[in-house]
Every structure is written in C-alpha cells, then in structure tokens.
Design a protein around this ligand. Structure first.
Ligand SMILES: [Zn+2]
Ligand SMILES: [Zn+2]
Length: 332
C-alpha cells in the first residue's frame, strides 16, 4: 500500500455545516493501520486524518455560533442523536455515529474538510494550531482517567507508553496520585514519561514489573492499571498488578478475545473496564489543561513536518520506522 496526493474539489457544505481549512493535523496509529489495510473501518482508498485544528472558511445558512475566520479544533465524531447512548450523552458509544476520515467524510489530511458546529470548539488565541491538533489524542487519555475515581492517595500503573499511554499519563498526573509506574520497552519513551513528574519507569524486558510494583505497594498491587497497548500478555499482567477492588482500564484496541484469570478477578473483586474515544467534554478539559499549564505539550509533539511530507511519514511509520516518535504534526 502507498499514499498518494490527489486533486479533489473543495467539499460542499450543508446548511448546518462549516467548511474548515485544515491548519495542523497529527498522525494517529489508526492512519498507519489504514495504510496497512489493518484498520476495521478506515478502508482505502480513503482520506484519513482526524486529529486537527483549522480555520472556518465558510458557514452554512443555519449556523449561528461560528463565523468565517474562527480558529477551531474539531472533535471528529458525531452521534445519530436518536439512540439510547446519544440520549444519555454518551454519543461516543453511538450505534450509528459518523467519523471524519472514514468512508466518504474527508479527513484532515486534506486542505479542507467539513464539520457540524457541535463538533467545533473555538480556540483561545494563545493556543497554536499544532497544540490544538493534540487535543484529540489527549482527550482519549482524559476520558479514560475521568471514568475512574483517581485520588491523591491512588497508586497507578500505565502499561505501554506510546502516544495513548503518554496522553493517559499526562491526564492522570493532573490528579497528583501517590505512586505512578510506567512500563515501556523504549528507553526514549521512558525518558519522556519521566518529564511528567515523579514517575517510576520500568523496562519490562529487563525488570520483573510484578515484583517491583508489589514490593512498592506492600504486596497489594495498584488501585488502577491502564492498558494502552493491545498485547495479550500485557492485559493478563495488568490484572495481576491490580489490588483487590482495583480497576483495570483497557484503552488499547484489541483485535481478538483473550482468556483472563477470572477466578483472580472474582476473588479480589477486581474490575475490568473499557474506555472508548471521548466526548466533547473531554476536549474542554484538554483545553483547560493546556491553559492552566497542567500538561506540557512540548513533551508530546516530537516531530513537526510540512504537509507534503505527510505521505512519506505515514509510509515510514507503516514500515516500523520512527518508533520513538510520540506525535508527528503536519502543518498545512
Ligand atoms: Zn487517533
Ligand atoms: Zn446514537
């Protein structure tokens, strides 16, 4: 598979839509998976890209809250508004939601895309377009963290510290927990993780994570474990690391079902929960974290490229290059 630059018409907008000139867009692992033909619903030929910010250049006649020239970041999903999940406000779980960069809906790896006003947030002036492209992946971490009742005395383990692990770490450090352990094989990622605070980083290839974490928690295990990589052994380990009544949160997207130690879960009243994407509330939290200086975005954007290098960079990622990058942002 390869990437290709094509000429397309500037999309038409409906009465309740806005046209957005994309200014900055981040490469997500799902864009790479789409190129590899491994993504369940980003199926080539497709224009992907869903982590972005831009400027509104056209507004539909029914749009009231936005004007031409507004700087926005965009939540790249919209629910049907009809199903029980949409009615509860959990439209990230909608049975019929639509996503930017899926199917016909042109993604952010294009000069223009279309969105509904409910998906757009006006950006404060002090936030750059590059930073704003990070609100989407950061919202994934925030959503997972906000689902749990993390307190100042909580002990936490994050297993895997790629982009999603890093975003989860950034979000959970705002809760100022007691002890945080990060398990990650890449040395440079462990180094970046330590910039988020007093974090015990572990290399699972040469340390017995279980022993270290048990020894530092009086043999109990941690209150919360985040699984951010879709690896069977990692999920199994996560359950062993959770204390009784502890919670294992799965953020990683697994491709197949996995056998778990059900007896250990049941006897210790441990819980396993999933966390999927976010809602716009999480974007507002992300923006507040940026405005209050709770998250240093410079640690998360590890590479900036121009739009014409986007295809090349996605292809290199698909080949397994640039393993140490956290977030690559293209400027359009
Ligand atoms: Zn993504
Ligand atoms: Zn719905």
């Amino acid at each position: 598979m390869q990437t290709e630059y094509v000429d397309i018409a500037i999309p038409e907008i409906g009465d309740n839509q806005v046209l957005i000139k994309v200014e900055a867009a981040g490469i997500c692992h799902s864009d790479v998976m789409a190129l590899q033909g491994k993504h369940p619903y980003r199926i080539p030929p497709v224009i992907t890209g869903h982590e972005f910010s831009g400027t509104i250049t056209r507004v539909g006649s029914d749009v009231k809250d936005f004007l031409i020239g507004d700087k926005v970041c965009v939540e790249p999903q919209i629910g049907c508004g009809e199903c029980i999940y949409c009615k509860e406000g959990n439209y990230n779980l909608c049975n019929n939601k639509a996503l930017i960069g899926v199917g016909e809906w042109i993604g952010a790896f294009a000069e223009y895309t279309v969105a509904y006003p409910s998906m757009c947030i006006k950006l404060p002036d002090q936030i750059s377009f590059e930073e704003a492209a990070l609100f989407e992946p950061l919202s994934v971490g925030i959503h997972a963290v906000e689902m749990l009742n993390i307190k100042r005395d909580s002990n936490i383990a994050v297993l895997g510290c790629g982009t999603i692990g890093m975003m989860t770490l950034a979000a959970l450090m705002t809760k100022r927990p007691k002890k945080v352990f990060v398990s990650e094989i890449s040395e440079s990622k462990r180094m970046i993780a330590r910039k988020f605070g007093d974090i015990c980083t572990l290399n699972p290839n040469d340390q017995d994570i279980n022993t270290v974490i048990m020894d530092s928690t009086d043999g109990n295990g941690v209150d919360f474990v985040f699984v951010t990589v879709p690896v069977e052994s990692v999920l199994q380990q996560a359950i062993w690391l959770a204390r009784k009544r502890g919670i294992v949160s799965i953020i990683a997207v697994f491709e197949s079902s996995i056998a778990l130690d059900v007896l250990y879960l049941q006897q210790g009243e441990r819980k396993v929960v999933g966390s999927s994407m976010y809602t716009i509330k999480d974007f507002y939290t992300a923006i507040n974290y940026r405005l209050n200086g709770f998250v240093d975005f410079n640690n998360l954007i590890t590479k900036k490229i121009s739009f014409d290098k986007l295809g090349d960079n996605i292809e290199r990622l698909a080949k397994g290059d640039m393993k140490d990058e956290i977030k690559i942002i293209a400027r359009l």
